[in-house]
Design a protein around this ligand. Structure first.
Ligand code: MN
Length: 341
């Protein structure tokens, strides 16, 4: 996916006071509607990054979309565009997406399978919902890469986790470890990511890593996280120090959600358009190289857009006139008073 909102975002981590454990505090992060671009401009619900909170572990971007009638929205049609310094993660509930990238990876993204594209020093890719997709419903996430890995060669990994059943539901663990299951997907900082289904009326206490901060993105159903009601497309955040997270399904249907988490990311990052770097200059250089169609971002073979008159690549927006300055990410402690609505 390509980020059309070009607000400059930098993160600076500040030291935080010690936290208390038990009875996790919950901070609700509400999504905002963002057009994704494409034929009729499909819209997504973005929870991070935003001013309230920019990262959860190394997770730095969460877009939730659908279920969308593709006949109405045009589906997904994102022409070749670049990335640096991050991993993109596609997770679908319904529909299929065709992925092509400049490192010659060509994959159909299917529900229940994680597809991780590690951009490293630079890659470009396209994403289109397939011709036979009638309904498109899923999540796109990004993971920031740490200094020692962010210049690596691009990589693409696919993993279809086996469901792990527990009393009150089941999970698909696509990165890291949870419920005794571990994913083989490459991690560059400690992370967890899983789809979780909680049965109607069930209450589950998930054991989690207390060195991680976590976010629960609700897809369908009605839940409370630690007694706090979470609405659809909201990201319910809990800080470090928690050993269990209690999720209660308060509705009459099964509830589906994504749990993401990780060790608080220690580096300040500059995030602009589809690039993550460490300085304004670095991002400006990546932009120039993309505009010049330099070898750094290669060439995407196989992209066929839905619109025959559409672009065959996405030019970068202009850089802001001002120098991209740091934006602080709050410490890894939930602030229930940040709650909106
Ligand atoms: Mn992308």
């Amino acid at each position: 996916m390509s980020d059309l909102s070009v607000d400059p975002i930098e993160h600076e981590l500040t030291p935080q006071p010690p936290h208390s454990t038990g009875g996790a505090k919950v901070e609700i992060i509400t999504s905002r509607d963002v057009p994704l671009g494409g034929l009729r401009s499909m819209r997504v619900k973005r929870t991070i990054p935003q001013r309230q909170r920019s990262l959860i572990g190394a997770w730095c971007f969460v877009d939730h979309y659908g279920p969308d009638d593709v006949a109405e929205t045009g589906g997904m049609d994102v022409a070749p565009h670049p990335h640096t310094g991050l991993q993109t993660v596609s997770w679908l509930f319904q529909g299929r997406i065709m992925h092509h990238d400049s490192a010659d990876h060509h994959a159909v993204v299917r529900p229940g399978e994680a597809n991780f594209m590690t951009a490293g020093k630079g890659i470009s890719h396209s994403e289109t919902s397939t011709q036979d997709t009638k309904v498109l419903h899923g999540v796109q996430l990004w993971v920031a890469l740490p200094e020692e890995d962010r210049h690596m060669l691009p990589r693409f990994e696919n993993y279809a986790p086996e469901p792990v059943k527990f009393d009150g539901g089941e999970a698909l663990v696509f990165i890291g470890s949870l419920l005794g299951e571990s994913s083989p997907i490459s991690m560059f900082t400690p992370l967890v990511g899983a789809q979780i289904i909680v049965d109607a009326g069930a209450e589950v206490a998930l054991d989690v890593d207390p060195t991680f901060e976590h976010g629960v993105l609700l897809d369908t159903g009605t839940i409370e996280l630690e007694g706090v009601a979470v609405s659809r497309s909201q990201l319910a955040y809990t800080g470090v120090g928690e050993e269990t997270l209690t999720i209660k399904n308060t509705g009459e249907d099964a509830a589906r959600m994504l749990l993401i988490g990780g060790e608080p990311f220690k580096e300040s990052i500059v995030m602009w358009w589809n690039f993550i770097g460490r300085s304004h200059e670095e991002v400006a250089k990546a932009r120039e190289e993309w505009q010049a169609r330099s070898e750094r971002f290669g060439y995407v073979e196989g992209y066929i857009g839905h619109d025959p008159k559409g672009m065959d690549w996405i030019p970068a927006p202009n850089m802001p006139n001002v120098r991209i300055t740091a934006r602080k990410n709050p410490g890894p402690i939930a602030r229930p008073d940040m709650r909106i609505g």
